[in-house]
Write a protein that binds this ligand. Sequence first.
Ligand code: GLC
Length: 707
Amino acid sequence: MKANRFLVLLLFNFYFCYSFAQLSFRVEKDIAVFYPKDFDSVQTLPSPAVIHTLHKKYDLPEKWTLLPEFKSIAGKSIVEIKYEPGTDLYGTGEVTGSLLRNGKNVTLWNSDNGNYLQFNGERLYQSHPWVLGVRKEGTAFGILADHTWKQQIKLGESIQIISDGPTFRVIVIEKKSPQEVIKCLASLTGTMQLPPMWALGYQQSRFSYYPQGQVKEIADNFRSKKIPIDVIWMDINYMDEFKIFTFDPKGYPDPKELNNYLHSKNVKSVYMIDPGVKKQAGYEVYDEGEERNYWIKNSRNQPYVGKVWPEQCVFPDFINPEVQTWWSSLYKNFMDLGIDGVWNDMNEPSVFNGPEGSMPPDNMHKGGNSFPDGPHLRYHNIYGMMMVQATRKGILDANPGKRPFVLSRSNFLGGQRYAATWTGDNKSSFEHLKTSIPMSINLGLSGQPFSGPDIGGFSGDCSAELFSQWIALGAYYPFCRNHTSIETVSQEPWAFGEKTERASRTAINRRYKLMPYLYSLFREASVSGMPVMQPLFFADVKDPSLRAEEEAFMLGSELIIVPRWAKNVKLPNGNWRNITLEDYDDGYQAQIKIRAGAIVPVGKVFQSTEEYNAEEITLLINPDQKGNASGSLYDDAKDGFGYTQGDYTLLNYQAETKGSDLTVTVKQIAGKRKINQVYRIGLVTSKGIMYSNPQKGNKIKISVPAN
Ligand code: GLC
C-alpha cells in the first residue's frame, strides 16, 4: 500500500508539476517578467524576439493580476494565465479565421500551408508567441512567451502556452489601452525600419513572368494605360534550374539590361531567393557551402537533403553566424545587377518530401555567438527570421546608401526588424479576400505593420468581379501586391476587361493620392510600432460593440475604410464623414471616412513614387464640434538614410474656426528639410467636400459656409 502511494506520488511529480514563478520582477512600471523554477537560460536565450536585456527595476506589486502559472505535464512545458471574463483576445501573429482570437488554438510551427487548407488553417508560415488582451473597459495587456520551440497557444477561459521544449520566461505588459500595449511590444521587439517609398507603391507579380521581354511589356502596359506602378517581381523561373543567384540563360540572359529598362520607366525590380541550394557539384553556391560545412545536419550529422523546386537541396544553417555572413556576401554581385529588392520565400523551411512539409525536428543546427548548437525543434520557427536578417544585411552592404527592402514568407515575433511579409498562398475566392483583413490586422497587432495578401488570390483563376472587389480593397493594404500562381489566368489589372481595368486604375490612383498620409503612417510605424492597418475598435477602445468588426478597418487613426461589399459594419460614434478622392464611383470603390477633428494630407496621382513629391497638398479637414482639427505630414528623400541625420520634414497642421473663418497653421515640428508647399483645403461637410483655391504660406485661410 505504502509502496503504491509512493509510486503514485512519483508519477504525479513526473507528470504534473505546478508552480508559480520562482523569480518575477518589473522591467518598467508596467512590464513584468516571470521566470519558472527550473529555468535554464541556455535553452531559450538569447531571445531572438526581445532586443533588450531585461533588468530588474521594480518589485512586482501585490496587486499585479496576470500571474503566469508554470507546469510540466507529460514532458510539455506549460504556462497558464487566467484573465478576466469578457476580455477580447487578439494577436497570435499570422492566422486565418476571425479577428477575435477567443476560443482559438494556434500551433506555432512555421508551415508552408497552401490555400490555408492543412492543419485546420491553424498553422501558417510564421510564428508570433504573443497575445493581446483588451478588457471590457478598454485597458489592455500583452503576453509574450519568450521562446522559439514548437508550441501551441490555446485561448480558452485561460491563456495556455504549451511547449514541446523546456520551460521559458514570460513577459507580461499591462497598459491603459491596446495602442499602448502595441507600442510597448515594439519597444521590446523593435520596429520596422523605414522602407524606401517605392515599397509602398503598387506592385505586380506572377509565378512567373518569363522571358524577360514579358516583364518589359508589363511595365510598358502600365505606363501606356496610365495605371500607377512601382515594382515588378521576378519569381523562380528567372533562375537557371531554380539555382539561387543564377539566371536562366534563355529567358533571362541579361538581367542588368532588364533592370535598366525598368528603371528608365521608374519601375523597380524585386527578385526571389529561396533558402534551398541545389545539391549539384560544380554549382558555385553549393560547392562553397559544402566545402565550408554550412548546411543543416540530419541526426546522423550528415548534411540534410530535401526536395524543393531545384529537386535535391541542402539548406544553409542560418543559426550559425558564419553562415549568415557568407549568405550576406552572396548578395553583392546580385544587387550590382541593378536589383532593387529581395523576396525570400520557402523559408519555413518548406521541404516537399520532409515531415509535415518541412524538416525533421531532430535535424541539428550549429550555433555561434550566443546561440548554442541545438535541434531543429528549437530553431525551426526562427529559420526564416535568421535568413532575412542575413539577407537584409547583405543588400545593405551591397548598397549602403539605400534602404533595404526584403519580403519574407516566414518570420518570427520581432522579424519586422528585417522584412515585410505577405500572407502566403491564398486562393482566388471571396472568402480569402475577406479573411485577408483580419489576417493583416492581427499581424499588425503582433508587431508586423507591413503586410498584405496576394491581391486577386494566388491559386485558382480569379474573375473580373472578384478582381475588381479585391483591388478596390487592396489599395489600402500596407503591402499592395497583385500575385498569382503558375497555372492561373492572367491577373494584371487589364486582364479582365475594361470595367475591371477602370476599377483598378481608380483604386490604385487612390493609393497614390493617399501617399502623403500613407508614408507618414509608415514613418510613425517605424518610430513607435503603431500598425498602419488598424482594427476598427482602435477608434474607441471603450466601445465593446466594435471589438469584433473585421470588414471595415482603419488606415492609421484618421481614416476608416469600408469595403463596398461590407454589410452591417459597426462604426464608432462621432462625426466620421465620408470622403471621395475626386474619382468616378464605379460601384467597387471602398467608402473612406475621416474622423471628426482630423486633417489628412493627400496629394496628386503619380505614376510612380519616383515622381512623387509633397509640394501640392490637399488638406482634407473634418472639423470637430468646436471647429478644430489637426494632422501631420512626414516627408523626406524617399530613400537613403539622410533622414537619420535630420534630412526630413515633420509638419503639424492645426485648424481653428473663428466665426466664419477657418485658419490652418502649418508648423515644422522636426527635421531640417524644407519643402515649399502649395495647399488646397478640402473642407469635409455634410454636403460633400468644398475645395479652396491653392494658397502658399504658413497660414491658410478659408471661409466656412454657414450650415
Ligand atoms: C511559393 C510562394 C509563391 C511563389 C511560388 C513559386 O508557393 O508562396 O508566392 O509564387 O512559391 O516561387
